[in-house]
Design a protein around this ligand. Structure first.
Ligand code: DX5
Ligand code: ZN
Length: 215
């Protein structure tokens, strides 16, 4: 089973509620919430109030991507506000096992993310503690970047590891995913597909429909 996960980073915030409704009505199961702190990544996006507002009105699975240094500080609040899954970066967290355990104990799903330059081996120690591995396919921090083709091999590598030993773990990709490279990414083994610009630019309903048709 594959899951489409539109990223609201690319939404028009004047119309955020309406655009999330369109995505949900069109059948996307997940919503990707990109939280940035200006430290782990250069930019700042949004955080708790946006999650809280969207959660109140939407039944989508809230997939929170923490591009934040020391994400452990925010776990309780995020889950309290309605995060269904929280992904932390292996590069940004000092106490990874403790943080993942805390997320699970509080009832949310766990994810571990790796940047394009980080080897797949960096996630191996945490596979028992995660529900999802996120392979970044651009440098985190901005939407609308070009897919880094070298990352496709990492997707395949993670897929092999999951299939061998952790069949329930999901494999998410994030960054530069379009209708043009979707098939290649699914073939490489990704099953949670984050996409920002390719969904929110133009006709959102048609874009979601087109992605879902091909997944
Ligand atoms: C990038 C974010 C992504 C971003 C993807 O740092 O983590 O989730 O929204 O946007 P696109 O699909 O436009 O690359
Ligand atoms: Zn993201």
């Amino acid at each position: 089973m594959n899951y489409l996960c539109p990223s609201i980073l690319a939404a028009d915030f004047w119309e955020l509620g309406r655009q999330v409704e369109i995505v949900e009505r069109a059948g996307a199961p997940y919503l990707h919430i990109d939280v940035m702190d200006g430290i782990f990544v250069p930019s700042i996006s949004f955080g708790m109030p946006v999650l809280a507002s969207v959660r109140k009105r939407s039944g989508l699975f809230m997939d929170v991507h923490m591009m934040v240094a020391d994400p452990e500080r925010y776990i309780e609040e995020l889950i309290h506000l309605g995060a269904d899954g929280i992904t932390i970066h292996v590069e940004a967290c000092e106490r990874i096992p403790e943080t993942l355990t805390k997320i699970r104990e509080l009832g949310a799903k766990t994810g571990i993310a790796i940047n394009p330059e980080t080897p797949v081996s960096a996630v191996l120690p945490y596979m028992e503690l995660v529900d999802m591995v996120l392979v970044m396919t651009v440098r985190p921090g901005f939407g609308g970047q070009k897919y880094i083709i070298e990352c496709a091999d990492k997707i395949k590598e993670v897929r092999r590891i999951i299939d061998q030993s952790y069949p329930d773990v999901k494999l998410e990709i994030d960054g530069g995913v379009t209708l043009d490279n979707l098939e290649m990414n699914l073939a490489a083994g990704a099953n949670v597909i984050v996409t920002g610009s390719a969904v929110f630019q133009g006709d959102i309903e048609a874009n979601v429909g087109e992605f879902l048709k091909r997944m």
